[in-house]
Write a new protein. Structure first.
Length: 73
């Protein structure tokens, strides 16, 4: 599959007995900073010896909502 994304929506009959459709919400999430490193400006974060804590800022941008019709039971 080139140039194509495939999503598997795990919805089971007992979960949607009275529902005709579900909405799949696609978003873009990316790290802005991680442990003080400004990743958007190109700064590289290197893991110090002995491990590292985790402190980051993430941006989440909603992209699209797709209504997915469900088959009748």
């Amino acid at each position: 599959m080139q140039g194509e994304l495939q999503y598997i929506l795990p919805v089971y009959p007992d979960q949607y007995a009275d529902v005709q459709s579900v909405v799949m919400k696609l978003s873009l999430a990316y790290l802005v900073t991680y442990n003080g490193a400004d990743l958007l400006s190109g700064e590289v974060y290197t893991i110090p010896e002995g491990g590292s804590g985790s402190d980051g800022v993430v941006n989440l941008i909603p992209l699209i909502e797709i209504t997915v019709p469900l088959p009748n039971n």
